[in-house]
Design a protein around this ligand. Structure first.
Ligand code: AR6
Length: 186
């Protein structure tokens, strides 16, 4: 399914994030940025050692993080069929701080799109950030991700194609509902 907005398109596909041919692939990373399971593991395996080397070269802060939660770092994409990997650190979902988690998930999507614009990208593929190991409820994550993407595509300087790559049919269904029902804030 896709939805054409004023200046760009938001697309939903069932598939594997590592197979995407786009300018930038977004990784669902952690603050250390040295790989992990899920999307992160799959991307590092497919990209080869160059991706890990690029991540290792990024500066580490006093808390040992290469990227704080809610932010992104951009590297070359190694052997992937993309120019960049945008490493995005989503929040670990916790119901007792749900509002903060929701804000951080929104921030990380906005930061990834801003990084893609900054690097001159016209197409970006996102996984469903935070909905695996980080346990963000899929319906809440989908409505935030879709809202940020659709809002972005209302702006003339936007990314022309934002693709969400869902791993399971059930996740695709949830994103489909969110994309169909999205309307601009008044
Ligand atoms: N392509 C597309 N989607 C995928 C793929 C794939 N190859 N593999 C999994 N998914 P997760 P998170 C889906 O856990 O929740 C890592 O260890 C998956 O079904 O990859 O942000 C990092 O190093 C789920 O819906 O990311 C971090 O420590 C979604 O992608 C931590 O997990 C995200 O699942 C980040 O957790």
């Amino acid at each position: 399914m896709n939805r054409q907005l004023e200046h760009g398109t938001v697309e939903l596909v069932l598939g594997n994030i590592v197979d995407q041919q786009v300018d930038a692939i977004v990784n669902a990373a952690n603050t250390g940025l040295l790989g992990g399971g899920g999307v992160d593991g799959a991307l590092h395996r497919a990209a080869g050692p160059e991706l890990l080397e690029s991540c290792r070269a990024l500066p580490v802060d006093r808390e040992g993080r290469r990227c704080p939660t809610g932010a992104v770092r951009t590297t070359p994409a190694g052997a992937l069929d993309a120019r960049y990997v945008i490493h995005a650190v989503g929040p670990f979902f916790n119901e007792s701080s749900a509002q903060k988690c929701e804000r951080q998930l929104r921030d990380v999507h906005q930061a990834a799109l801003a990084a893609a614009v900054e690097h001159g990208c016209e197409s970006v593929a996102f996984p469903a950030i935070s909905t695996g190991a980080y346990r963000f409820p899929i319906d809440r994550a989908a409505s935030i991700a879709v809202d940020v993407a659709c809002t972005h595509c209302q702006s003339p300087s936007c990314i022309k194609l934002i693709r969400f790559v869902l791993y399971q049919e059930s996740q695709l269904d949830v994103f489909r509902t969110a994309l169909r029902s999205w309307s601009p804030a008044v």
